[in-house]
Design a protein around this ligand. Structure first.
Ligand code: FES
Length: 504
């Protein structure tokens, strides 16, 4: 199994074991991915009478759903005044309504099944750092009201230890322990007759009349419909990947005395922005702070990012004690701010995707469950056009060109030298790229001084991977595929490991 070096706060919880798939099966819907999008889709389809099979390459919430900070909110990372520009007022209203419905859907599931996942309603606060124009908040207030969020108000300051200045209050947002929720959801799916197979990586997806998903181990799942809920769709070679970009984000969890920071969700409007919440524990609470995002595979300064985040936090929260956890995660940023949920472009009509979390993965993942249920049942859903993966948002053309130019520039790496002249100088527990004639080799020197060598060509579309020393992984700067230090696939869109090569 592929591994990552840092551990999220949630990962202390043991995950339940599910079998791997070893035989062929038939079902109504095969769902690939057991994060929040895949499990919510499976749960809601089961409730609607469909037979479902979930395939997961690692374990429950083994991907980004296990590395989130679980802000459950309709205060979207891409401001409502921007969404209104991109999608019109109706689109902005549907965005607000769908994220609100997602919060309610999570609460309904929690209440109906009495899930103990620390779910609670909390207020959210959006504040401006001094360098940002003041009118961001007033423009957002007006746009939020036009989007139907009439309860949003401008107040004099957030109820935290430092003076935020004026901020927007978003009432009745929510938070939970994502792993407790997703484990409960997985258990409910199995109790209600669904099937979950973990450690069952998928190698091929075929839609159409004889739709089928094949695992790396050779087992096949025949299905009427297929849903790819894998953070980024491994079945789509290019189209969707030109419309979103991968970013790394960093998180620290500080021990704090119980009650020393008011529970709530706090965000600033800096670029990159910071996000803060509390998790209540038995002995002490955790102050969980994230931010310092950058494009995946284009910086390797995670230690510095953690330092910046710690500095930012200690300046503002004197209650912050020792750092108990640090981790990083991956965010897929759509060029027009909203997830892609629906039929996969240029594919058979019975292959669906859910991707583009845009930093609002808990709500976008839950919206995916609601919307995909409706689409697969042939029921009308007024959000379908807003989230359609084939949509073209003309007003996002500049961002589209910018991100794709950035990807094109990554191929220049093939004519550059490696970042180490020789494998001999790569430090212990570190990786580097070595040039070998026309080839580039990804070399990892392990803790026992042994070298592990792979082709540096990403199996997706051939960009040169880069070393990520924070997670001890190889990250692709083009569309965000990631591989552990030994070249094993961590996340797509690549479907295969890096190719092992001999190099001396
Ligand atoms: Fe597309 Fe690597 S993820 S080339």
């Amino acid at each position: 199994m592929a591994i990552q070096a840092t551990q999220p706060y949630w990962s202390e919880l043991a995950r339940p074991q599910f079998p791997a798939l070893h035989e062929d099966l038939s079902t109504d819907v095969c769902i690939v991915g057991a994060g929040i999008a895949g499990l919510t889709t499976a749960y809601l389809l089961l409730r609607a009478g469909k037979r479902v099979v979930v395939l997961e390459k690692d374990e429950i919430a083994g991907g980004e759903s296990g590395r989130t900070t679980a802000h459950i909110t309709h205060a979207l990372d891409d401001r409502y005044f921007e969404l209104e520009q991109l999608h019109g007022i109706l689109g902005s209203r549907y965005a607000a309504a769908s994220h609100t419905a997602a919060i309610d859907q999570i609460e309904t599931i929690v209440r109906e099944h009495a899930i103990e996942c620390d779910f609670r309603r909390v207020n959210g606060y959006l504040f401006n750092p001094p360098e940002q124009p003041l009118d961001i908040l007033t423009r957002e207030l007006d746009a939020a009201h036009r989007a139907g969020l009439g309860a949003v108000t401008l107040i004099q300051g957030a109820p935290i230890e430092f003076a935020t200045g004026p901020c927007l209050l978003f009432p009745r947002q929510a938070q939970f322990h994502p792993l407790k929720y997703l484990i409960a959801l997985a258990n409910l799916i199995v109790e209600q007759g669904g099937h979950i197979f973990t450690h069952s990586a998928v190698s091929a997806v075929r839609g159409g009349g004889n739709a089928m998903v094949t695992t790396r181990a050779g087992a096949r799942v025949h299905a009427q419909d297929i849903v790819l809920a894998t953070n980024t769709p491994a079945n789509d070679v290019l189209v969707v990947h030109t419309k979103q970009a991968p970013y790394r984000t960093y998180v620290l969890a500080f021990a704090i005395a119980p009650g020393s920071v008011v529970p709530g969700l706090f965000w600033d409007t800096a670029d990159p922005y910071h996000y803060v919440r509390i998790a209540e524990g038995d002995i002490h609470d955790m102050l969980i702070v994230g931010g310092e995002d950058h494009k995946t595979g284009q910086e390797d300064d995670g230690a510095l990012r953690f330092e910046e985040l710690e500095h930012w936090t200690r300046e503002r929260f004197p209650a912050a004690g020792a750092i108990a956890f640090r981790w990083s995660g991956q965010v897929m940023e759509p060029v027009d701010g909203l997830a892609y949920i629906g039929s996969n472009p240029l594919d058979a009509s019975n292959v669906y995707i859910a991707t583009g979390d845009s930093g609002n993965g808990m709500t976008h993942g839950t919206i995916a469950g609601i919307l995909l249920r409706d689409l697969l049942l042939g029921q009308a859903n007024e959000w379908a056009g807003l989230y359609a993966p084939h949509r073209k948002t003309l007003r996002a053309a500049d961002e589209f060109v910018h991100e794709n130019l950035n990807v094109a520039l990554q191929y220049i790496d093939w004519i550059k030298p490696g970042n180490y002249a020789s494998a001999d100088v790569i430090p212990i527990d570190c990786g580097g790229i070595i040039r070998d004639g026309a080839q580039k080799i990804a070399v990892y020197r392990d803790a026992d001084n042994r070298l592990h060598t792979c082709s540096a060509a990403c199996p997706h579309l051939g960009c040169v991977v880069a070393w990520n020393n924070t997670e001890k992984s190889w990250d692709c700067p083009c569309h965000g595929s990631r591989f552990d230090a030994f070249g094993r696939l961590v996340n797509g869109p690549a479907l295969a490991d890096l190719t092992r090569v001999n190099f001396s």
